[in-house]
Design a protein around this ligand. Structure first.
Ligand code: ATP
Ligand code: MG
Length: 400
């Protein structure tokens, strides 16, 4: 009997089979199911072509039709459905020259990266495991499907993926796989940074992060990675990291706090990350700097968005060996006199009215900032009359 998590997905398999196609669960979902780990996304491999899949299901998103992949939406769940395929030559190290659809699951499994990722499972839970992935799961080994050199030559990203699975699953590298990585690591330079970044982030999010980082040093990957290849001080900081950091912006904030000479912008640009990643990393750095100067005070709490509470707790633990609890932060934030600028009981117009002879300008925003901060830190009561008095005392109008 299959895990209830697969129950929706089983319907997808049944529908495909009812139209005469073969269909199996494959990849990470089968691996994680066998490992009794929580299952993220469910990938399905089928003999049906993308056009045939589109004809069977009412909601299909064609995400990568040229590679044979579509997303089937069923009762608010998404399933990635990929046609059985093999990949032709990889003359440019990045993309197979052609993708060929094939008829058999066995051929499809043979193009997959590691034995633990090359197990297929049918709708009754029966396994098809031609590369003995279950044995490697038992031995906790990452081992390529076929010759490691050839597989890394086809797609050097697989070396980074191997190291990622070491971290994610706390597995070891099988010895031929490790030897091939040591020998061929320079090929990593051929891989698109965006693809490397996905594996980099997943590696640093894994429980086995310190083993994976030690391996990165053993195989000498650092000088093939953006930004690290120009700054060996960053590598030293990474080698001290033992706690998983689930997001790249946390990693960048950690590096900036450890190595003040580095710029968050350079890290974000070097790894081709989004402006959103920059904003999150930058915000984290500014609150961590406030913490370093004055501890957990009101002004810091006021600046800390809820989305960064967990990151802040993790990073203060790593950087300053303090142990904040989520509930402590929530209670402290709830005690703040105001939650945002909107709560300040005085407007820009009210300030202008206080200084009728003064030209409008930057001073309005500057005064509002001062007022906001004074209220947050408890120097000023958030009442219009009190605020006006305070402003006039701090900034007396010039006598004519
Ligand atoms: P995760 O739990 O992170 O989703 P995953 O194993 O599902 O892990 P994906 O990147 O989602 O990893 O890939 C799905 C499957 O596709 C893999 O399990 C593997 O079978 C295959 N695969 C992915 N990338 C490659 C690659 N570069 N070379 C060969 N096979 C790959
Ligand atoms: Mg996956």
């Amino acid at each position: 009997m299959l895990d209830p998590l697969f129950s929706q997905a089983v319907i997808v398999l049944e529908k495909l089979e009812s139209k005469g196609h073969q269909a199996f669960f494959v990849g990470g979902a089968v691996r994680d199911y066998l490992l009794k780990k929580p299952i993220k996304d469910i990938d399905i491999a089928t003999s049906a072509t993308p056009t045939e899949v589109q004809a069977i299901f009412p909601k299909v998103i064609p995400v990568g039709i040229e590679h044979g992949t579509v997303i089937v939406r069923l009762k608010k769940q998404s399933f990635e459905v990929t046609t059985f395929r093999t990949e032709g030559n990889y003359s440019d190290f990045r993309h197979p020259d052609q993708v060929q659809f094939v008829n058999r699951i066995g051929e499809d499994l043979s193009r997959r990266d590691f034995t633990i990722n090359a197990i297929a499972m049918d709708k009754s839970g029966d396994l098809y495991d031609p590369f003995h992935g279950q044995l490697d799961i038992k031995k906790q080994l990452i081992s390529t499907v076929g010759n490691a050199h050839d597989r890394f030559h086809e797609d050097p990203l697989r070396m980074m993926r191997a190291l990622r699975f070491v971290s994610q699953l706390s597995f070891k590298l099988e010895s031929d796989t490790l030897d091939a990585i040591k020998e061929k690591i320079r090929w990593i330079e051929e891989v698109a940074i965006e693809r490397l970044a996905i594996e980099f982030e997943k590696t640093l999010a894994g429980q086995g992060i310190s083993d994976a980082i030690a391996l990165w040093s053993t195989v000498q990957i650092w000088d093939k990675l953006p930004v690290f290849n120009r700054d060996s001080m960053l590598i030293r900081s990474m080698e001290t990291l033992q706690t998983p950091l689930p997001e790249l912006y946390e990693v960048f904030a950690f590096l900036k706090m450890q190595q003040t000479h580095v710029s968050v912008k350079d890290l974000v640009r070097g790894w081709k990350q989004s402006n959103q990643t920059f904003l999150m990393a930058d915000k984290l750095v500014s609150v961590l700097q406030l913490y370093k100067q004055e501890g957990l005070h009101n002004w810091l709490l006021y600046q800390l968005p809820e989305t960064l509470y967990e990151a802040f707790i993790r990073l203060t633990r790593i950087l300053y060996q303090v142990e904040f609890k989520m509930t402590d932060l929530i209670v402290a934030v709830n005690r703040l006199p105001i939650k945002s600028r909107k709560d300040v009981q005085v407007s820009g117009n009210a300030l202008i009215a206080l200084y009728p002879n003064r030209e409008k300008g930057d001073w309005i925003a500057r005064y509002l900032n001062e007022i906001e901060k004074a209220i947050v830190v408890g120097d000023l009561i958030n009442k219009e009359i009190e605020i006006k008095e305070w402003v006039i005392t701090c900034h007396p109008p010039k006598k004519n």
